[in-house]
Structures are given as structure tokens and as C-alpha cells.
Design a protein around this ligand. Structure first.
Ligand SMILES: [Zn+2]
Length: 257
């Protein structure tokens, strides 16, 4: 197919319809290739998102552990200080001048010991939480490993399928791009919009036994005549698809080969 990109001269309805039908044929083929890939690209994307989420979770656990460890250090330091205080008070017990001082020092020592017990209890709780978070990290990392394994397999499948079809798809995209300038912008935009909204990706369809080849609703006789004469761009009044008569469609296909 040797065609120049001619935007300056307005092309006839017939020419534009043919080009649109060629474009449709090419895009349908591209759609078919994408369907072969099926759900794989989405599955790969979902898995990648899941794994990213799991990494974030590990990060959060690690931050929590770091906070807990810092709290633990504070708590340990406090206990060490209290132990020093107790030592000091105990030494002072030898030099007390009266019972009152003796009782006061013993009360202080008792108080600090109680504080140490509480501090040790807190450290115990911190240690248990740290342990739990470390287990969480381990479990999450196992999950990451499992999911990554599945991801790698799916990616390999996808790469294989893409590899097999890439050049084919690129050629189709290239061809579609070269055809687009041959259609006026208004018709092209309408075509693209219909194609996008239609479940089967068809923006232009052949008339099939007096009915729209897209939605199979009957086409009124006057419109059928208009379609056959190629003087106007006719759309299906039910589904909005552009309509082309089978002979012109065949011509378009033949030119494409
Ligand atoms: Zn229709």
C-alpha cells in the first residue's frame, strides 16, 4: 500500500471510509494480540503493588523495632542510675546519725528498688514486642519471597508473549499511525470515541443484510442507500458506529494487503 499523507486536499467520503475500515482492521488485529496477553499485564502489576506494600510493611516494623530499642536503652539507663543511687544510699547507711535518717534512706532504697522492678517489667514488655515484630518481619519476608517467585514466573510468561508479538504489534501501531492523518479529525475523533466505548472495539462496521454489523439493528432503507452511495458518513442510529457497505470494506481490505 503506497499512499502519501495528504492533508491539504479534502478526501472523499469514500476514501475516508475505506481508510477508517483499514484502520479498524489494523486496530482489531492489535486488540487480538493484546487479548492473547490477557490478564497477565494486570496480574504482574497487581503482584508488583502487593510486593511494594509488603516492603513498606517490613520498613514500618523495622522503624517500630528501632523505636522500641531506643526506649529499651532509656529504660536500662534509668535502671543503672537507680542501682547507683541504691549503692550510694546503702553506703550512707553506715554513717547515719539517727533513726530518722536511717528510715529515710531505707525508704529511698525501697522506692528505687520498686522503680527498678517496674523498669524491668517494661523492658520485658518491650522485648516481647520486639520479638513479635521480628517474627512479623520474618513472615513478611517469606511472603515477599513467595510473591516474588510468582511474579518472576508471570513476568517470564509475559515477556515471552510480548516478545513473540512485539514486532507484529509495533508494525500495526506504525501502520495505524500512518493512516490516521488520512481521515478528517472530526470523523477520526468520533471513530476513536465509539471504538473506545464499544466492548468489541469496533468503531466502524459493515452493513450485514440490511442491519448494523455492530448492534444488528435494522438500518432504514434511505440510510442503506446513503451508505451504498458513499456520499455521506452514516452512523448507526442505535449504537453510533460508522457504517460501511461490504463492497467498499472489501476494497479497503484488498488495498491493505
Ligand atoms: Zn449499530
Amino acid at each position: 500500500m503506497a499512499k502519501e499523507k495528504i492533508n491539504e486536499a479534502p478526501r472523499s467520503v469514500e476514501e475516508r471510509l475505506k481508510t477508517l475500515y483499514q484502520l479498524q482492521t489494523i486496530l482489531s488485529e492489535k486488540d487480538r494480540i493484546c487479548n492473547v496477553r490477557g490478564e497477565l499485564p494486570k496480574e504482574v502489576q497487581d503482584l508488583e503493588n502487593t510486593i511494594t506494600g509488603l516492603h513498606t510493611r517490613v520498613q514500618r516494623y523495622s522503624t517500630e523495632i528501632a523505636d522500641l530499642e531506643s526506649k529499651r536503652t532509656d529504660e536500662s539507663n534509668k535502671i543503672e542510675n537507680k542501682k547507683m543511687l541504691i549503692e550510694r544510699y546503702t553506703a550512707q547507711l553506715d554513717n547515719v546519725r539517727n533513726n530518722h535518717e536511717f528510715d529515710n534512706l531505707n525508704k529511698e532504697i525501697e522506692y528505687e528498688r520498686l522503680q527498678i522492678t517496674l523498669g524491668e517489667k517494661t523492658i520485658g514488655e518491650i522485648d516481647r514486642t520486639i520479638m513479635a515484630r521480628r517474627n512479623d518481619i520474618q513472615a513478611t519476608e517469606q511472603e515477599i519471597a513467595d510473591q516474588t517467585h510468582i511474579l518472576d514466573e508471570k513476568k517470564a510468561d509475559l515477556d515471552k508473549i510480548i516478545g513473540e508479538t512485539r514486532s507484529q504489534e509495533e508494525a500495526l501501531i506504525e501502520k495505524a499511525k500512518s493512516l490516521e492523518p488520512l481521515v478528517d479529525e472530526r470523523t477520526l475523533t468520533a471513530f476513536k470515541r465509539i471504538r473506545h466505548n464499544a466492548r468489541n472495539g469496533l468503531g466502524i462496521v459493515m452493513v450485514d443484510r440490511s442491519a448494523c454489523g455492530g448492534c444488528f439493528n435494522r438500518i432504514p432503507p434511505q440510510k442503506q442507500i446513503d451508505i451504498r452511495t458513499h456520499k455521506k458518513v452514516i452512523v448507526c442510529e442505535y449504537c453510533g458506529r460508522l457504517l460501511i457497505d461490504p463492497e467498499l470494506a472489501q476494497e479497503a481490505i484488498d488495498e491493505l494487503k
